[in-house]
Every structure is written in structure tokens, then in C-alpha cells.
Design a protein around this ligand. Structure first.
Ligand code: AHM
Ligand code: MG
Length: 322
């Protein structure tokens, strides 16, 4: 099996970017270890490095944020960092070539139940006409990402990654500490019979989206004349891993009762990296009305509705949202 770095070299990824990806994945390897320790990670705190000394009571999501941030700050490759766990951007190395955003531990409500969780990340080129401590560094469309990926901490630790070419899957070989290529090219089937949505929000959806789900639920006797199955992990990273692996549609639509903040998922470090992985795996990624990768972010924690996965099913859903 091929190792990650030779794969990236073969894909002609620039060396500086390879080194940055390597840094992120080293942090993720450490997070994977902590996650694997589960409830023991608070008492087996001896591997905590000095950057987080005195903070052993922190939850795994905060520790993950600290690990990623510290390693990125040390790497010398990153000019600006944005994270779900940081209110503002963090200035890193002046004149460094890239900016990085991440959700250090997506699906954090699954931590306490030993469920699927993961780290989602995205890399862009830094802007030379913008200060390193300005969030305008991230005023770039998702289509400008140079790399997007996630590391899923499940029964095995897996990496989904794209650097512009195909989305690929790697598995962390914990005996050797390296990521090995296990799926050369992810391809999301264009049709599906599986949907993923938090059904408890049913009464908060637009009439159009409710109609779409209702038609799925009608199954073989309804307008879709097809039985649909539902799966929901409560962690986008787990749900999207399933969609990338075997097809499906994942939706997190707007809440019509919250006009001030209708969407839940974040554009920069959740929707955009997933959208790039999906598009590079033959799928489609939209909000309720537009291509996610075409949105120019207005701020780093901006939220967007999400409809992504199997192309024909996403198209079908969008016809209900017009
Ligand atoms: P998080 O980044 O704080 O973990 O929140 C994002 C998560 C997604 O992974 C998941 O799809 C969604 O929130 C689930 O939220 P809810 O349980 O409110 O439907
Ligand atoms: Mg998240």
C-alpha cells in the first residue's frame, strides 16, 4: 500500500504544502491517540505537552484545538489560523504561504458516547495584501481551497483528502504511525436511497424542504416510488464519511424559526472542505440555493445550510427549494 507522502508527490503537490499537510496530520495522529484513550485521557495526561500545561481538565475538543494550533504556529508554513474554538483569527508566521482553518473535533457531542468524531481542515493561499491578523485572509471562495480534508476517529482512523485532484481515502496504520492509501479515488454514486438529516428539526424546516423529506418517507407508494433509508450520526464528519464511501444525501437545512441565525453548520471549516471533497468525488454540494464553493465568506464563523452528496438526489432536493 502507498504511503501518503509519495502519493502527494506523485500528484505533484508542492513541497511546502506537503509539509503543511504533514504537520496537520501529525497533530491528528496525536488527537487520534487521545480520543482512543477515551475516559482514560484525563488521567493518562502525561503525554500532554507544555503548551497546555495546567490545563489537563480541558475537554478533548479544546485540547485538539490547542494541539493543532501549536503545531501550525511552529510549522512556519502558516500565516493565519481560524478555528471553531477561536473567536478570532490567530496570526502565525509573517509571509508564510498558507492560511488554515479547522474544526478541531467535529461532532463533539459524540465524545462522551464513544461515537464518531473527527477533525475537518482546509488550506488556502495567504493573501499578500492583507495583514496576517486580519480575518479578511479568509475572504476567499471555497473554490480557492488548495487542500481540504478530514480525519475521522472511528474504529479505524481515516483521512479523506483532496489537493484539487480526486478525493482519496487513507487509513492510519497505528503500528507504523503512517497514513496508507486505501481508496485511490472516491466516487459518490449519482443516485441513492439513503438520506441523512436530523428529523427532530422537522417542524423548523421550510415548506419545500419538509415536502422533500415527506416524499422520501412515502417510499414505494409515494411520488418517488422508492424506499429510502435514513442514517444520522450527529457528526457531520461521520455522516459525510458514509456519503463519500457509499453515496447518500446529507442535509442540514435552515431553521425558519431563527431568521437571525437560520443555519447550523459553518461555511469555512465544515461546509467548504466537505464540499470540495464531495465535488472531487463526483458529487454535488449546495446550500438551499447556491453552490457552496461559490460563496464569498463574510466572516470566519459564517453558517450555511447544507445539501450535499449524490448528484441526482441533491438536484432532486433543490427542485423542492425553488
Ligand atoms: P460541532 O462542530 O460543535 O460538533 O457541531 C457541528 C455538528 C455537526 O457535526 C452535526 O452534523 C451537527 O452539529 C449536529 O447538530 P444537531 O445535533 O444539533 O443536529
Ligand atoms: Mg463541527
Amino acid at each position: 500500500m502507498k504511503r501518503l507522502i509519495p502519493c502527494l508527490e506523485q500528484d505533484k503537490v508542492e513541497i511546502e504544502l506537503i509539509l503543511l499537510i504533514k504537520t496537520i496530520l501529525t497533530a491528528c495522529k496525536e488527537i487520534s491517540f487521545r480520543v482512543g484513550q477515551g475516559a482514560l485521557s484525563n488521567v493518562l495526561g502525561s503525554t500532554l505537552d507544555e503548551n497546555i500545561q495546567g490545563e489537563t481538565q480541558k475537554k478533548l475538543d479544546v485540547i485538539s484545538n490547542q494541539l493543532l494550533k501549536d503545531m501550525l504556529l511552529e510549522s512556519g508554513k502558516v500565516r493565519t489560523i481560524a478555528s471553531e474554538e477561536e473567536d478570532y483569527v490567530v496570526a502565525a508566521t509573517e509571509n508564510a504561504p498558507y492560511i488554515v482553518a479547522f474544526d478541531p473535533l467535529d461532532g463533539s457531542s459524540n465524545i462522551d458516547i464513544n461515537g464518531q468524531i473527527g477533525t475537518i481542515f482546509t488550506i488556502y493561499r495567504a493573501k499578500n495584501d492583507v495583514a496576517a491578523d486580519s480575518e479578511l485572509q479568509f475572504a476567499q471562495k471555497g473554490s480557492e481551497q488548495v487542500c481540504a480534508g478530514y480525519v475521522l476517529y472511528g474504529p479505524s482512523t481515516m483521512l479523506a483528502l483532496t489537493t484539487g485532484g480526486p478525493s482519496r481515502l487513507y487509513t492510519l496504520d497505528k503500528t507504523q504511525g503512517c497514513y496508507l492509501l486505501t481508496t485511490e479515488k472516491l466516487t459518490i454514486a449519482t443516485d441513492t436511497q439513503e438520506f441523512s438529516v436530523n428529523m427532530s428539526n422537522f417542524h423548523q424546516w421550510s415548506a419545500g424542504f419538509s415536502d422533500y423529506i415527506n416524499d422520501l418517507l412515502l417510499g414505494e407508494s409515494g411520488v418517488r416510488a422508492k424506499k429510502f433509508n435514513m442514517r444520522w450520526n450527529g457528526a457531520m464528519v461521520g455522516d459525510m464519511h458514509r456519503v463519500l464511501s457509499r453515496g447518500g444525501i446529507f442535509c442540514y437545512p435552515n431553521d425558519i424559526n431563527k431568521p437571525e441565525q437560520p443555519a447550523k453548520l459553518r461555511l469555512l471549516y465544515e461546509a467548504n472542505p466537505m464540499a470540495m471533497l464531495v465535488e472531487n468525488a463526483n458529487g454535488k454540494a449546495y446550500t438551499e440555493h447556491e453552490r457552496i464553493l461559490d460563496i464569498l465568506p463574510s466572516h470566519i464563523h459564517q453558517r450555511v445550510a447544507v445539501v450535499m452528496g449524490s448528484t441526482n438526489e441533491v438536484n432532486k432536493c433543490l427542485t423542492y427549494l425553488k
